[in-house]
Design a protein around this ligand. Structure first.
Ligand SMILES: Nc1ncnc2c1ncn2[C@@H]1O[C@H](COP(=O)(O)OP(=O)(O)O)[C@@H](O)[C@H]1O
Ligand SMILES: [Mg+2]
Length: 325
């Protein structure tokens, strides 16, 4: 029973639900999410993978990853000229993103909570072992314009403030790359170029930014075989190379929409964690189910609620989520 007598220092006061939890309250999928990120929070309602594969999923299922390629060499940082870029803080502020130099805001607090859960799964702690490739996090959604880039960039900015981790933000929405433009960085060769040409060392394409701890990797030139490149053994080798170059790296992928493009399911095979951004009031249950099924190559998927007008738990965050107060 609820009552004022319960709200004293002897009884634990339940903190407001995070965006991850609220997404799961709204989209009631019932069964357990796997992995420590899910277990870390008792309130979190897990996602049930659909028993039968929906029609839309069948058309776009990605091929399995090819056999493992030999490890690629890792050259020391001194052997290469690092690309560097300035991040346009003013543009971030104007678009309601986290300002890396700004004060703590409701938005930065929300992403701090999301970040904690993902880092726990990636690095382990509180009695949990790290999950395999938990340092690779795919930010996906069912459809375009649901907030993938918004969440990927904000999460990367939030994680970059962590002393023990560095963040590599990969623009992996090859058909509609927007990470670099959002940060005010000029594009260049990127991941797809490195996948398509074995003479390219992917580390040479990584751009260091003037936000401490944050670097970015452009999408590169789109090909008509993006999914095949992503499913090939070279992709696993290239991603391993990125981690071996800097084991403190968390790699965040701004994914293509799951229902619009098959590279998303191919990418899901390479990551340890996926975040499915759900646009409150817009993403339908069936679109979400189909999207989750397409990402089934990844065993740890969390829902993240974006653009909610009100919080079911009473906490307001509409004003900094683009809806006005
Ligand atoms: N929570 C939010 N608050 C304010 N603007 C948002 C929010 N989520 C998304 N947007 C804006 O909505 C538009 C679409 O979001 P975006 O992240 O680009 O979607 P996607 O990458 O899924 O296509 C962008 O202009 C983005 O800045
Ligand atoms: Mg985007």
């Amino acid at each position: 029973m609820k009552g004022p007598d319960k709200m004293n220092k002897h009884s634990p006061i339940k903190p407001p639900a995070s965006l991850l939890e609220r997404a799961n309250e709204i989209y009631d999928f019932g069964a357990a999410l796997r992995g420590p990120a899910a277990d870390a929070n008792v309130d979190q309602q897990p996602i049930e993978k659909p028993a039968a594969e929906p029609e839309t999923a069948k058309a776009a299922v990605a091929p399995a990853i090819a056999p493992v390629a030999a490890p690629l060499p890792v050259r020391p940082a001194t052997a290469r000229g690092k690309l560097r870029a300035h991040i346009d803080r003013e543009a971030l502020r104007a678009a309601n993103y986290i300002d890396p130099d700004g004060p703590v805001t409701g938005l930065s607090e929300e992403f701090r909570i999301v970040k904690r859960q993902l880092l726990l799964a990636a690095r382990g702690g509180r009695g949990f072992d790290p999950i395999e490739h938990g340092e690779r996090i795919l930010i996906c959604s069912a459809n375009p314009n649901e907030g993938k880039t918004f969440c990927a960039v904000n999460l990367a900015l939030s994680m970059a403030t962590e002393k023990d981790n560095r963040v590599l933000l990969v623009d992996a929405d090859f058909a509609k790359p927007s990470v670099l433009a959002r940060l005010g960085i000029e594009g260049g060769r990127g991941l797809m170029d490195a996948l398509a040409d074995s003479a390219i060392d992917v580390e040479d394409l990584v751009i260091e930014t003037d936000v401490n701890g944050l670097s970015v990797l452009p999408a590169g030139a789109q090909t008509n075989q993006d999914t095949e490149y992503l499913a090939a053994a070279r992709t696993a080798a290239v991603l391993d190379q990125l981690t071996r170059h800097d084991p403190a790296r968390i790699i965040i992928f701004d994914s293509p929409p799951a229902l619009a493009a098959s590279p998303a399911s191919a990418l899901a095979l390479h990551v340890g964690q996926a975040v499915m951004v759900v646009h409150a009031d817009v993403t339908t249950d069936s679109a979400l189910r189909d999207a989750l099924s397409l990402l089934s190559g990844c065993e740890n998927i969390q829902l993240l609620l974006n653009r909610a007008k009100f919080s079911p738990t009473g906490r307001k965050f509409g004003n900094y989520y683009g809806y006005g107060a």
